[in-house]
Ligand binder design. Structure first.
Ligand SMILES: [Zn+2]
Length: 161
């Protein structure tokens, strides 16, 4: 393999690599094979097993026991294959809230940190633990009651007896 810029032969080395593709600022991979030109530096990086890598990062984020940053929320959401609106629906927040967390415009509050942890740790268990929700349309219907009758001196149960 040769350098595209100067034609020199590339050397294969193994170095620490900052995995920026994760979208996280602090993920480094050890001993990643890369091709280096003596003059132009790194020309190619060999990344294998990306799927497993993403899983390892997810595990590390859940395991380190500290609040999630916005970027970490984004990483974990994408790992699950959810859109911002899908994460929002699971938490019962507006999708704009999720967007603000992810960009760092708004910090994730303590209560939502807990929920996010439980959700990302085990999405199925999280879903199962939620109380059944009332469909919004039905809940929003007006409640129709008959007009109250004139107040009677007798107790209502007695009047029916
Ligand atoms: Zn070169």
């Amino acid at each position: 393999m040769t350098c595209e810029r100067c034609g020199r032969r590339l050397r294969l080395v193994r170095r620490k690599y900052q995995y920026r593709e994760s979208g996280l600022p602090d993920v480094f991979l050890r001993k990643v094979p890369m091709y280096v030109c003596p003059r132009h530096g790194v020309q190619a990086v060999v990344l294998r097993g990306i799927d497993r890598l993403q899983g390892d990062i997810r595990y590390a984020l859940l395991d380190r026991g500290r609040p999630f940053s916005g970027r970490e929320v984004r990483f974990l959401r994408k790992y699950e294959g959810w859109k911002q609106s899908e994460l929002a629906a699971r938490l019962g927040v507006h999708k704009i809230t999720v967007a603000k967390w992810e960009t760092g415009a708004t910090p994730v509050g303590t209560a939502y940190q807990q929920l996010l942890y439980r959700l990302f740790k085990d999405p199925k268990a999280f879903e199962a633990s939620k109380p059944p929700s009332v469909p919004l349309k039905k809940a929003a219907l007006p409640i129709l009651l008959p007009l109250p009758r004139r107040r009677s001196t007798e107790p209502r149960t007695a009047a029916h007896a």
